[in-house]
Structures are given as structure tokens and as C-alpha cells.
Design a binder for this molecule. Sequence first.
Ligand code: PNS
Length: 166
Amino acid sequence: MEQVPLKIAVYPGSFDPVTNGHLDVARRAAMMFDKVIVALTHNVEKSPTFSIGERVELTRQAIGDVPNIEVDAFDGLLVHYVRQKGALVIVRGLRAVSDFEYELQLALMNRELEPRVETIFLAPKDEYTFISSRLVKEIAKLGGDVSAFVPPAVKTALARKFAARK
Ligand code: PNS
């Protein structure tokens, strides 16, 4: 019997830390593809609060139970990683028009670098559209409650991280 190739998508990001919005996008992607690789890396524009190991662990704890989701980390160019994994699709979440300019630029640049790879955008559930890792960190740092925005393990990790810094 002819082997049908698996439809694999890569959902890349810093996930510093992963939020309920990210998890919602990953779950939506998992309903559309045979396999989704949530791929964490370093964004050169940002200096992360959590190490890559911590971020991978927190993301795995939150979503590792979904059978067709894998959590991984990579270095280097995203399109190289995508091809190396046998994927042809990049998934990115789009929360608002303000995300669009950067996301379009990223998608077009990635297609220029690797024409076989397409980017698709998924909108998270509306109640998650205002969540960002940056705001969650700011709220946690200032003693606010982030339970509605992140999974429990991330809430605990944020509290520990900022307590240790005091
Ligand atoms: O969650 P973020 O920080 O918005 O994700 C941005 C990310 C990690 C997807 C982007 O910085 C990226 O793809 N980095 C890998 C390096 C790369 O391929 N850079 C060229 C992009 S055109």
C-alpha cells in the first residue's frame, strides 16, 4: 500500500513562558495536522526570563498529553528546522491587527528563504486575544494574579522566578 506522508506543522516561538493563548493555538493546529511540533527557540530581539530548558519543560507539562503534539527546541533558522522535520507548514497565532505587520514580514521572509514552506495563521479563542507572555511576566513580577492567563505550573514558575530575584 502506498504510504501517505504525515502532514506535519511546526508552531515556533519563544514561549517565554507559554500562555493559555499559545496552548489554544497549538490545540487548534493539532486538530488540523497529523503532528504538530511546538518548537521553542531564541528570538534575537528578546532576552528570555526562562532558560530554553525551563520553557520546554513548562510547555511539555502543559500540552505534552496531546498525542499528536511534540515539544522540541531548535537553534538556527526556522525554515531549516522545518524542512529537517519533514514539515511544510509553519503555524503562527494572530491575536490582533497589531501582530499582523510583523507576522506577515516573517511569513514572507520565510517563504523567500524556503518556497516550499507556507505559514498559516490561527486566531486563538477570543478570551485569549489580549494575553501576551510579556504582560503576564509584568503582572506576575508586580504581584498580580495570572491564573486566568497561564497553566498552573507556569504560574508557580513565575512566582518562583520573581521571588528568587527579590
Ligand atoms: O514567539 P516569538 O518570539 O514571536 O517567535 C519568533 C520566532 C522564534 C518564530 C522567530 O524569531 C524565529 O523564527 N526565529 C528563528 C530564527 C529565524 O529563522 N530567523 C529568521 C526569521 S525570517
